[in-house]
Write a protein that binds this ligand. Structure first.
Ligand code: AP5
Ligand code: MG
Length: 213
């Protein structure tokens, strides 16, 4: 099963993608997580990506397309994968489709997790993330057992650099301009599935599982 998670920043793409990856035992590929790991490790890619990410802007298509196209062709992706945060522009979607067509493959579902802008800033300000293992929490909706410590790996949690309210607003604008057009793109392909992302995490998960079967 090859799935794309669509949705605004903070809609819950990463939260749901992790749960789905566990259920269907397929890799969860988050371009945001890949960039953050590169920033943490001080790579050249990380340094380039950081200047865009900190401003709430998209990283240029050429820095992200090849990376994902290579990743989905690795051995562990042969039974499917969940793409979280990619594609984010029409050229990215076209690059992915072209690469998949070359290997006789295609996306099965593009799941759009819908959350109105009003709910997003609150979600982001409460988010805590583990840079070591990628787990995501929320101080109210999904707290850790011990404050500031990752339940999964015991490392310290951080507030993401781009979760400041002014950067979140910028990211939302970028989403509406550059990423929302993908909803039409995948509707035309017959792959789009809509889910109400304002429900609880488990309710959203069940709704997605019902769609995927
Ligand atoms: P990325 O890391 O992908 O960030 P994003 O799309 O802005 O999405 P988020 O990770 O902020 O939100 P999410 O939908 O995953 O929500 P989450 O599950 O954490 O990208 C970061 C940056 O990298 C971009 O701005 C860009 O610069 C760059 N980038 C990445 N990919 C790129 C690409 N393809 N092209 C160009 N640039 C790229 O949930 C949010 C919070 O809400 C959490 O605290 C969570 O616990 C809570 N929550 C989740 N679900 C619920 C619920 N149902 N009820 C209550 N709370 C909930
Ligand atoms: Mg995410």
């Amino acid at each position: 099963m090859k799935i794309i998670m669509l949705g605004a920043p903070g809609a819950g793409k990463g939260t749901q993608a992790k749960m789905l990856a566990d259920k269907y035992m397929i890799p969860h590929i988050s371009t945001g997580d890949i960039f953050r790991a590169n920033i943490k490790n001080g790579t050249e890619l990380g340094q380039k990506a950081k200047t865009y990410m900190d401003q709430g802007l998209l990283v240029p298509d050429e820095l992200v397309c090849d990376l994902v196209v290579d990743r989905v062709q690795q051995e562990d992706c042969k039974d499917g994968y969940i793409l979280d945060g990619f594609p984010r522009t029409i050229p990215q979607a076209e690059a992915l489709d072209a690469a998949l067509a070359n290997i006789g493959s295609k996306i099965d579902y593009a799941v759009n997790v819908e959350v109105p802008d009003e709910n997003i800033v609150n979600r982001m300000s409460g988010r805590r993330a583990c840079v070591a293992c990628g787990a995501t929490y929320h101080i109210v909706h999904s707290p850790t057992k011990e404050e500031g410590i990752c339940d999964r790996c015991g490392k310290e949690l951080i507030v993401r650099e781009d979760d400041k309210p002014e950067t979140v607003t910028k990211r939302l604008n970028v989403y509406h301009e550059q990423t929302q057009p993908l909803i039409d793109y995948y509707t035309k392909q017959g792959a789009l599935k809509e889910v109400d992302g304002t429900m609880s995490m488990d309710e959203v998960f069940n709704a997605i599982v019902n769609i995927l079967g």
